[in-house]
Design a protein around this ligand. Structure first.
Ligand code: HAM
Length: 439
Protein backbone atom coordinates (compact mmCIF):
# COMPACT_ATOMS: atom_id res chain seq x y z
CA UNK A 1 0.00 0.00 0.00
CA UNK A 2 1.48 3.41 -0.97
CA UNK A 3 1.90 6.17 1.65
CA UNK A 4 -0.63 8.29 -0.19
CA UNK A 5 -3.30 5.57 -0.06
CA UNK A 6 -2.64 5.05 3.64
CA UNK A 7 -3.27 8.73 4.41
CA UNK A 8 -6.57 9.04 2.58
CA UNK A 9 -9.33 9.05 5.15
CA UNK A 10 -12.51 7.22 4.23
CA UNK A 11 -15.60 9.36 4.41
CA UNK A 12 -19.33 8.67 4.38
CA UNK A 13 -20.88 8.41 0.92
CA UNK A 14 -22.60 11.46 -0.58
CA UNK A 15 -26.14 11.86 0.73
CA UNK A 16 -25.50 9.45 3.66
CA UNK A 17 -25.01 11.01 7.08
CA UNK A 18 -23.69 10.27 10.56
CA UNK A 19 -25.61 11.59 13.54
CA UNK A 20 -23.21 12.39 16.34
CA UNK A 21 -24.40 12.07 19.97
CA UNK A 22 -25.50 15.73 20.28
CA UNK A 23 -27.85 15.24 17.30
CA UNK A 24 -28.67 11.56 17.74
CA UNK A 25 -30.37 12.39 21.06
CA UNK A 26 -33.12 14.13 19.07
CA UNK A 27 -33.75 10.87 17.22
CA UNK A 28 -34.17 9.04 20.52
CA UNK A 29 -36.63 11.68 21.70
CA UNK A 30 -38.74 11.61 18.57
CA UNK A 31 -38.75 7.81 18.40
CA UNK A 32 -40.12 7.70 21.98
CA UNK A 33 -42.80 10.20 21.01
CA UNK A 34 -43.76 8.20 17.90
CA UNK A 35 -44.22 5.04 19.96
CA UNK A 36 -46.71 6.49 22.46
CA UNK A 37 -48.55 8.38 19.69
CA UNK A 38 -48.94 5.24 17.53
CA UNK A 39 -50.13 3.18 20.50
CA UNK A 40 -52.85 5.79 21.14
CA UNK A 41 -54.26 5.05 17.68
CA UNK A 42 -53.98 1.25 17.86
CA UNK A 43 -51.16 0.84 15.32
CA UNK A 44 -48.93 -2.23 15.50
CA UNK A 45 -45.31 -2.40 14.50
CA UNK A 46 -44.08 -4.37 11.49
CA UNK A 47 -40.35 -4.72 10.72
CA UNK A 48 -39.49 -5.03 7.04
CA UNK A 49 -36.30 -5.85 5.12
CA UNK A 50 -34.18 -3.05 3.69
CA UNK A 51 -33.49 -4.95 0.47
CA UNK A 52 -36.25 -6.33 -1.73
CA UNK A 53 -36.52 -7.91 -5.15
CA UNK A 54 -36.42 -5.08 -7.75
CA UNK A 55 -39.61 -6.54 -9.25
CA UNK A 56 -41.57 -5.43 -6.20
CA UNK A 57 -40.92 -1.76 -6.86
CA UNK A 58 -41.24 -2.04 -10.64
CA UNK A 59 -44.66 -3.55 -10.20
CA UNK A 60 -45.93 -1.15 -7.53
CA UNK A 61 -44.49 2.36 -7.92
CA UNK A 62 -45.04 2.93 -11.66
CA UNK A 63 -42.56 2.74 -14.58
CA UNK A 64 -42.71 6.46 -15.35
CA UNK A 65 -42.09 7.70 -11.79
CA UNK A 66 -38.85 9.51 -10.92
CA UNK A 67 -38.09 6.85 -8.34
CA UNK A 68 -38.23 3.94 -10.79
CA UNK A 69 -36.71 5.87 -13.69
CA UNK A 70 -33.63 7.20 -11.96
CA UNK A 71 -33.53 7.03 -8.17
CA UNK A 72 -33.35 3.39 -7.14
CA UNK A 73 -30.17 1.83 -5.70
CA UNK A 74 -30.40 -1.34 -7.74
CA UNK A 75 -27.71 -3.97 -8.15
CA UNK A 76 -27.26 -7.60 -9.02
CA UNK A 77 -26.88 -10.10 -6.21
CA UNK A 78 -23.56 -11.68 -7.20
CA UNK A 79 -24.53 -15.03 -5.68
CA UNK A 80 -27.67 -15.67 -7.72
CA UNK A 81 -27.65 -13.03 -10.46
CA UNK A 82 -31.00 -11.59 -9.29
CA UNK A 83 -31.74 -7.89 -9.32
CA UNK A 84 -32.27 -6.39 -5.85
CA UNK A 85 -33.04 -2.85 -4.69
CA UNK A 86 -32.54 -0.89 -1.48
CA UNK A 87 -36.11 0.07 -0.58
CA UNK A 88 -36.99 3.58 -1.78
CA UNK A 89 -40.20 3.60 0.31
CA UNK A 90 -42.10 1.28 2.65
CA UNK A 91 -45.65 0.85 1.30
CA UNK A 92 -44.75 -1.79 -1.31
CA UNK A 93 -42.70 -3.82 1.20
CA UNK A 94 -45.44 -3.59 3.79
CA UNK A 95 -48.07 -4.93 1.40
CA UNK A 96 -45.71 -7.63 0.14
CA UNK A 97 -45.22 -8.78 3.75
CA UNK A 98 -48.94 -8.63 4.54
CA UNK A 99 -49.76 -10.78 1.50
CA UNK A 100 -46.84 -13.16 2.03
CA UNK A 101 -47.90 -13.83 5.65
CA UNK A 102 -51.67 -13.79 4.97
CA UNK A 103 -52.22 -11.10 7.58
CA UNK A 104 -55.53 -10.10 6.06
CA UNK A 105 -57.14 -13.56 6.03
CA UNK A 106 -58.14 -13.90 9.68
CA UNK A 107 -58.36 -10.22 10.38
CA UNK A 108 -59.97 -8.14 7.66
CA UNK A 109 -58.35 -4.94 8.94
CA UNK A 110 -54.83 -4.08 10.05
CA UNK A 111 -53.24 -0.88 11.28
CA UNK A 112 -49.49 -1.19 10.83
CA UNK A 113 -46.45 1.04 11.26
CA UNK A 114 -42.82 0.76 10.21
CA UNK A 115 -39.79 2.93 10.71
CA UNK A 116 -36.39 3.06 9.11
CA UNK A 117 -34.02 4.03 6.32
CA UNK A 118 -35.19 4.43 2.74
CA UNK A 119 -32.83 5.03 -0.20
CA UNK A 120 -33.24 7.26 -3.24
CA UNK A 121 -30.46 8.37 -5.54
CA UNK A 122 -31.43 12.05 -5.57
CA UNK A 123 -29.25 15.16 -5.66
CA UNK A 124 -28.62 15.88 -1.96
CA UNK A 125 -29.65 19.24 -0.49
CA UNK A 126 -31.19 20.51 2.76
CA UNK A 127 -34.01 18.10 3.59
CA UNK A 128 -33.18 15.72 0.73
CA UNK A 129 -30.80 12.84 1.29
CA UNK A 130 -29.93 9.56 -0.37
CA UNK A 131 -30.48 7.67 2.87
CA UNK A 132 -33.37 9.11 4.84
CA UNK A 133 -35.76 7.87 7.46
CA UNK A 134 -39.50 7.37 7.15
CA UNK A 135 -42.09 6.69 9.83
CA UNK A 136 -44.80 5.06 7.75
CA UNK A 137 -48.23 3.75 8.58
CA UNK A 138 -50.62 1.67 6.52
CA UNK A 139 -54.31 1.15 7.32
CA UNK A 140 -55.51 -1.98 5.54
CA UNK A 141 -59.04 -3.19 4.85
CA UNK A 142 -60.87 0.13 5.41
CA UNK A 143 -62.64 1.91 2.57
CA UNK A 144 -62.76 5.40 4.02
CA UNK A 145 -63.41 8.22 3.99
CA UNK A 146 -63.49 7.91 7.81
CA UNK A 147 -60.06 6.25 7.93
CA UNK A 148 -58.75 8.90 5.50
CA UNK A 149 -59.92 11.49 8.04
CA UNK A 150 -58.38 9.58 10.94
CA UNK A 151 -55.01 9.59 9.13
CA UNK A 152 -55.20 13.38 9.00
CA UNK A 153 -56.44 13.67 12.57
CA UNK A 154 -53.57 11.60 13.92
CA UNK A 155 -50.91 13.52 12.02
CA UNK A 156 -52.37 16.80 13.23
CA UNK A 157 -52.24 15.39 16.77
CA UNK A 158 -48.54 14.59 16.28
CA UNK A 159 -47.77 18.14 15.12
CA UNK A 160 -49.56 19.37 18.25
CA UNK A 161 -47.55 17.07 20.52
CA UNK A 162 -44.43 18.56 18.90
CA UNK A 163 -45.71 22.14 19.12
CA UNK A 164 -45.49 22.42 15.30
CA UNK A 165 -49.18 22.88 14.47
CA UNK A 166 -48.61 26.44 13.24
CA UNK A 167 -45.67 25.49 11.00
CA UNK A 168 -47.27 22.74 8.90
CA UNK A 169 -50.15 23.16 6.46
CA UNK A 170 -52.36 20.43 5.01
CA UNK A 171 -52.94 20.18 1.25
CA UNK A 172 -55.47 17.68 -0.09
CA UNK A 173 -56.85 16.51 -3.40
CA UNK A 174 -58.77 13.65 -4.94
CA UNK A 175 -57.15 11.96 -7.91
CA UNK A 176 -60.17 9.72 -8.56
CA UNK A 177 -59.93 6.23 -10.02
CA UNK A 178 -57.61 4.94 -12.77
CA UNK A 179 -60.39 5.01 -15.42
CA UNK A 180 -61.13 8.67 -14.64
CA UNK A 181 -57.46 9.51 -14.79
CA UNK A 182 -57.14 7.80 -18.19
CA UNK A 183 -59.68 10.19 -19.73
CA UNK A 184 -58.17 13.14 -17.88
CA UNK A 185 -54.72 12.17 -19.10
CA UNK A 186 -55.84 12.53 -22.70
CA UNK A 187 -57.36 15.96 -21.99
CA UNK A 188 -54.15 17.04 -20.30
CA UNK A 189 -51.97 15.83 -23.19
CA UNK A 190 -54.12 17.76 -25.70
CA UNK A 191 -53.83 20.88 -23.53
CA UNK A 192 -50.04 20.72 -22.99
CA UNK A 193 -49.39 19.89 -26.65
CA UNK A 194 -50.59 23.41 -27.47
CA UNK A 195 -47.72 24.78 -25.34
CA UNK A 196 -45.15 22.11 -26.16
CA UNK A 197 -42.44 24.55 -27.25
CA UNK A 198 -42.70 26.43 -23.93
CA UNK A 199 -42.31 23.34 -21.78
CA UNK A 200 -38.93 22.62 -20.19
CA UNK A 201 -37.09 19.43 -21.11
CA UNK A 202 -38.36 17.54 -18.09
CA UNK A 203 -42.00 18.37 -18.81
CA UNK A 204 -41.60 17.51 -22.52
CA UNK A 205 -40.40 14.10 -21.43
CA UNK A 206 -43.25 13.76 -18.93
CA UNK A 207 -45.76 14.65 -21.63
CA UNK A 208 -44.89 11.32 -23.22
CA UNK A 209 -44.59 9.23 -20.07
CA UNK A 210 -46.48 10.75 -17.13
CA UNK A 211 -48.28 14.02 -18.04
CA UNK A 212 -49.90 14.38 -14.61
CA UNK A 213 -46.46 14.95 -13.10
CA UNK A 214 -46.12 18.15 -15.19
CA UNK A 215 -48.58 19.66 -12.70
CA UNK A 216 -45.91 19.23 -10.01
CA UNK A 217 -43.24 21.09 -12.01
CA UNK A 218 -41.07 23.65 -10.19
CA UNK A 219 -40.40 25.54 -13.47
CA UNK A 220 -42.18 28.93 -13.30
CA UNK A 221 -43.18 29.04 -17.00
CA UNK A 222 -44.61 25.54 -16.74
CA UNK A 223 -46.39 26.52 -13.52
CA UNK A 224 -48.06 29.43 -15.37
CA UNK A 225 -49.20 27.09 -18.16
CA UNK A 226 -50.59 24.72 -15.52
CA UNK A 227 -52.87 27.45 -14.14
CA UNK A 228 -55.29 27.06 -17.07
CA UNK A 229 -54.87 23.29 -17.47
CA UNK A 230 -57.92 21.02 -17.18
CA UNK A 231 -58.52 19.96 -13.57
CA UNK A 232 -58.66 16.31 -12.59
CA UNK A 233 -61.41 17.09 -10.11
CA UNK A 234 -63.73 17.90 -13.05
CA UNK A 235 -63.24 14.38 -14.42
CA UNK A 236 -64.33 12.53 -11.26
CA UNK A 237 -67.55 10.51 -11.31
CA UNK A 238 -70.31 10.67 -8.68
CA UNK A 239 -68.71 8.09 -6.32
CA UNK A 240 -65.27 9.66 -6.36
CA UNK A 241 -66.79 13.08 -5.70
CA UNK A 242 -68.91 11.70 -2.86
CA UNK A 243 -65.81 10.17 -1.25
CA UNK A 244 -63.95 13.43 -1.56
CA UNK A 245 -66.85 15.55 -0.25
CA UNK A 246 -67.37 13.30 2.74
CA UNK A 247 -63.68 13.41 3.56
CA UNK A 248 -63.65 17.19 3.38
CA UNK A 249 -66.82 17.44 5.50
CA UNK A 250 -65.22 15.29 8.19
CA UNK A 251 -62.07 17.42 8.21
CA UNK A 252 -64.17 20.55 8.51
CA UNK A 253 -66.24 19.06 11.34
CA UNK A 254 -63.01 18.05 13.10
CA UNK A 255 -61.81 21.63 12.82
CA UNK A 256 -58.79 20.70 10.68
CA UNK A 257 -57.89 23.46 8.22
CA UNK A 258 -56.87 22.31 4.72
CA UNK A 259 -56.04 23.76 1.33
CA UNK A 260 -57.45 22.07 -1.75
CA UNK A 261 -54.61 21.76 -4.23
CA UNK A 262 -56.04 20.49 -7.52
CA UNK A 263 -52.49 20.02 -8.85
CA UNK A 264 -51.47 17.64 -6.07
CA UNK A 265 -50.92 14.33 -7.87
CA UNK A 266 -48.13 12.60 -5.84
CA UNK A 267 -44.95 11.09 -7.24
CA UNK A 268 -45.98 7.43 -6.98
CA UNK A 269 -48.47 5.79 -9.32
CA UNK A 270 -50.35 3.58 -6.89
CA UNK A 271 -52.66 6.24 -5.43
CA UNK A 272 -56.38 6.75 -6.02
CA UNK A 273 -59.07 9.01 -4.50
CA UNK A 274 -57.75 10.83 -1.38
CA UNK A 275 -54.19 12.18 -1.50
CA UNK A 276 -52.54 14.65 0.85
CA UNK A 277 -49.31 16.33 1.85
CA UNK A 278 -48.40 18.23 5.01
CA UNK A 279 -46.03 20.99 3.93
CA UNK A 280 -43.99 23.67 5.64
CA UNK A 281 -42.54 26.96 4.47
CA UNK A 282 -39.64 26.70 6.90
CA UNK A 283 -37.37 24.26 5.02
CA UNK A 284 -37.01 25.71 1.53
CA UNK A 285 -37.85 23.62 -1.51
CA UNK A 286 -38.00 20.26 0.30
CA UNK A 287 -41.25 21.27 1.91
CA UNK A 288 -43.24 18.02 2.30
CA UNK A 289 -42.98 16.68 5.85
CA UNK A 290 -45.56 13.94 5.46
CA UNK A 291 -47.44 12.55 2.48
CA UNK A 292 -49.87 9.80 1.64
CA UNK A 293 -53.33 8.80 0.55
CA UNK A 294 -55.40 5.84 -0.62
CA UNK A 295 -53.95 3.11 -2.85
CA UNK A 296 -56.82 0.66 -3.23
CA UNK A 297 -55.42 -1.03 -6.35
CA UNK A 298 -52.05 -2.09 -4.96
CA UNK A 299 -52.89 -5.40 -3.24
CA UNK A 300 -54.36 -6.70 -6.51
CA UNK A 301 -51.32 -5.44 -8.41
CA UNK A 302 -49.13 -7.46 -6.03
CA UNK A 303 -51.18 -10.64 -6.50
CA UNK A 304 -53.61 -10.39 -3.55
CA UNK A 305 -57.37 -9.95 -3.17
CA UNK A 306 -58.51 -6.37 -3.83
CA UNK A 307 -58.33 -4.60 -0.45
CA UNK A 308 -59.02 -0.97 0.41
CA UNK A 309 -55.83 0.58 1.70
CA UNK A 310 -54.52 3.99 2.80
CA UNK A 311 -51.51 5.36 4.62
CA UNK A 312 -48.79 7.94 4.83
CA UNK A 313 -45.11 8.37 5.56
CA UNK A 314 -43.44 11.09 7.57
CA UNK A 315 -39.96 12.19 6.47
CA UNK A 316 -38.31 12.01 9.88
CA UNK A 317 -35.17 13.91 8.82
CA UNK A 318 -37.35 16.82 7.69
CA UNK A 319 -39.60 16.68 10.73
CA UNK A 320 -36.52 16.83 12.96
CA UNK A 321 -35.03 19.73 11.00
CA UNK A 322 -38.27 21.61 11.55
CA UNK A 323 -38.68 20.66 15.22
CA UNK A 324 -35.08 21.66 16.01
CA UNK A 325 -35.41 24.89 14.02
CA UNK A 326 -38.55 25.76 15.99
CA UNK A 327 -36.84 24.74 19.25
CA UNK A 328 -39.50 22.16 20.04
CA UNK A 329 -37.38 19.15 20.92
CA UNK A 330 -35.28 18.89 24.03
CA UNK A 331 -31.71 17.65 24.00
CA UNK A 332 -31.81 16.55 27.62
CA UNK A 333 -29.62 13.55 28.25
CA UNK A 334 -27.89 14.76 31.41
CA UNK A 335 -27.27 12.29 34.22
CA UNK A 336 -28.78 12.87 37.67
CA UNK A 337 -25.65 11.76 39.45
CA UNK A 338 -21.94 11.73 38.59
CA UNK A 339 -20.22 9.06 40.65
CA UNK A 340 -16.71 10.03 41.67
CA UNK A 341 -14.41 7.32 42.96
CA UNK A 342 -10.77 7.20 44.03
CA UNK A 343 -8.56 4.87 46.04
CA UNK A 344 -8.08 1.21 46.79
CA UNK A 345 -11.25 -0.80 46.02
CA UNK A 346 -13.20 2.35 45.10
CA UNK A 347 -14.05 1.35 41.52
CA UNK A 348 -15.82 -1.85 42.62
CA UNK A 349 -17.53 -0.14 45.57
CA UNK A 350 -18.74 2.57 43.16
CA UNK A 351 -20.06 0.00 40.66
CA UNK A 352 -22.24 -1.45 43.46
CA UNK A 353 -23.42 2.01 44.53
CA UNK A 354 -24.25 2.93 40.90
CA UNK A 355 -26.28 -0.26 40.53
CA UNK A 356 -28.38 0.63 43.61
CA UNK A 357 -28.88 4.20 42.39
CA UNK A 358 -30.05 3.08 38.94
CA UNK A 359 -32.42 0.55 40.51
CA UNK A 360 -33.92 3.49 42.45
CA UNK A 361 -34.49 5.33 39.15
CA UNK A 362 -31.53 7.71 38.99
CA UNK A 363 -29.46 8.23 35.86
CA UNK A 364 -25.86 7.64 36.85
CA UNK A 365 -22.61 8.38 35.07
CA UNK A 366 -19.76 6.64 36.87
CA UNK A 367 -16.22 7.85 36.47
CA UNK A 368 -14.11 5.06 35.00
CA UNK A 369 -10.33 4.78 35.42
CA UNK A 370 -7.95 6.42 37.81
CA UNK A 371 -7.87 10.22 37.96
CA UNK A 372 -7.36 13.02 40.51
CA UNK A 373 -10.45 14.21 42.44
CA UNK A 374 -10.10 17.68 40.88
CA UNK A 375 -10.26 16.21 37.36
CA UNK A 376 -13.28 14.08 38.26
CA UNK A 377 -15.11 17.12 39.70
CA UNK A 378 -14.46 18.98 36.45
CA UNK A 379 -15.98 16.08 34.52
CA UNK A 380 -18.94 16.01 36.92
CA UNK A 381 -19.64 19.72 36.30
CA UNK A 382 -19.31 19.24 32.53
CA UNK A 383 -21.85 16.42 32.66
CA UNK A 384 -24.40 18.86 34.18
CA UNK A 385 -25.40 16.26 36.76
CA UNK A 386 -27.35 17.59 39.75
CA UNK A 387 -25.29 15.67 42.33
CA UNK A 388 -21.88 14.14 42.72
CA UNK A 389 -21.76 11.03 44.85
CA UNK A 390 -18.20 10.58 46.09
CA UNK A 391 -16.54 7.39 47.13
CA UNK A 392 -13.02 7.54 48.59
CA UNK A 393 -11.06 5.30 50.94
CA UNK A 394 -12.63 6.93 54.05
CA UNK A 395 -16.13 6.33 52.76
CA UNK A 396 -15.36 2.70 51.93
CA UNK A 397 -13.87 2.06 55.37
CA UNK A 398 -17.04 3.31 57.12
CA UNK A 399 -19.62 2.15 54.56
CA UNK A 400 -20.49 5.73 53.75
CA UNK A 401 -20.88 7.91 50.65
CA UNK A 402 -20.54 11.67 50.30
CA UNK A 403 -23.26 13.59 48.47
CA UNK A 404 -22.46 16.96 46.99
CA UNK A 405 -25.07 19.05 45.13
CA UNK A 406 -23.45 20.48 42.00
CA UNK A 407 -26.11 23.09 41.35
CA UNK A 408 -27.82 25.41 43.86
CA UNK A 409 -26.66 24.68 47.45
CA UNK A 410 -23.21 23.13 47.23
CA UNK A 411 -22.83 21.93 50.85
CA UNK A 412 -21.77 18.32 50.94
CA UNK A 413 -22.72 15.70 53.48
CA UNK A 414 -21.36 12.26 54.28
CA UNK A 415 -24.10 9.73 54.94
CA UNK A 416 -24.47 6.02 55.61
CA UNK A 417 -24.69 4.02 52.40
CA UNK A 418 -28.04 2.49 53.53
CA UNK A 419 -29.54 6.00 53.83
CA UNK A 420 -28.16 7.24 50.50
CA UNK A 421 -31.25 6.63 48.33
CA UNK A 422 -33.68 8.18 50.85
CA UNK A 423 -31.51 11.24 51.24
CA UNK A 424 -31.06 11.73 47.50
CA UNK A 425 -34.81 11.33 46.98
CA UNK A 426 -35.43 13.87 49.74
CA UNK A 427 -32.93 16.34 48.22
CA UNK A 428 -34.54 15.86 44.81
CA UNK A 429 -37.96 16.74 46.27
CA UNK A 430 -36.48 19.78 48.01
CA UNK A 431 -35.34 21.04 44.62
CA UNK A 432 -38.72 20.13 43.05
CA UNK A 433 -41.22 20.53 45.93
CA UNK A 434 -44.12 19.35 43.73
CA UNK A 435 -42.50 15.92 43.71
CA UNK A 436 -41.40 16.08 40.09
CA UNK A 437 -38.36 14.02 39.28
CA UNK A 438 -35.01 15.50 38.37
CA UNK A 439 -35.69 15.28 34.64
P1 HAM B 1 -43.25 10.03 -0.52
O1 HAM B 1 -44.02 11.27 -0.76
O2 HAM B 1 -42.40 9.55 -1.61
O3 HAM B 1 -44.33 8.93 -0.13
O4 HAM B 1 -42.36 10.18 0.77
C1 HAM B 1 -42.94 10.52 2.02
C2 HAM B 1 -42.07 11.53 2.74
O5 HAM B 1 -40.72 11.04 2.85
C3 HAM B 1 -41.91 12.86 2.02
O6 HAM B 1 -43.02 13.69 2.26
C4 HAM B 1 -40.64 13.40 2.66
O7 HAM B 1 -40.93 14.00 3.92
C5 HAM B 1 -39.82 12.14 2.88
N1 HAM B 1 -38.79 12.00 1.82
C6 HAM B 1 -38.96 11.52 0.57
N2 HAM B 1 -37.79 11.53 -0.10
C7 HAM B 1 -36.86 12.04 0.73
C8 HAM B 1 -35.45 12.31 0.63
N3 HAM B 1 -34.75 12.04 -0.47
N4 HAM B 1 -34.82 12.87 1.71
C9 HAM B 1 -35.51 13.13 2.85
N5 HAM B 1 -36.82 12.88 3.01
C10 HAM B 1 -37.51 12.35 1.96
C11 HAM B 1 -44.01 7.64 0.14
O8 HAM B 1 -42.90 7.22 0.28
C12 HAM B 1 -45.23 6.76 0.35
N6 HAM B 1 -44.78 5.37 0.59
C13 HAM B 1 -46.06 7.26 1.52
C14 HAM B 1 -47.27 6.43 1.78
C15 HAM B 1 -47.43 5.50 2.73
N7 HAM B 1 -48.37 6.45 1.06
C16 HAM B 1 -49.22 5.56 1.54
N8 HAM B 1 -48.63 4.98 2.56
Amino acid sequence: MSDQTKQQAIQALRGMRDFLPKDAVYWTNIEDLFKSWLADYGYQRINLPIIESTKLFLRSLGDATDIVEKEMFTFTDALNGKSVTLRPEGTASCLRAVLEHHLLYNQPTQRLWYYGSMFRHERPQKGRYREFCQMGIEALGMKGPDIDAELILMTQDLWQRLGLQDSIVLQINSIGQPEERKIYRQALISYFEKYQTLLDEDSQQRLKTNPLRILDSKNTTVQKICLQAPRLIDYLDYYSREHYDQWKNMLTALNIPFIENTNLVRGLDYYNLSVFEWVTEALGSQNAICAGGRYDGLTKELGGQPTPTAGFAIGVDRLLLLAIEKGQLSQNQTPDIYLIQKGEGAALYALCIAKQLRQAGFRVLQHAGDAKFSYQFKQANLSQARFAVIVGENEIALNNVTIKPLIDDKTQQTVKQVDMINILQFLTKEIHPDGASLR
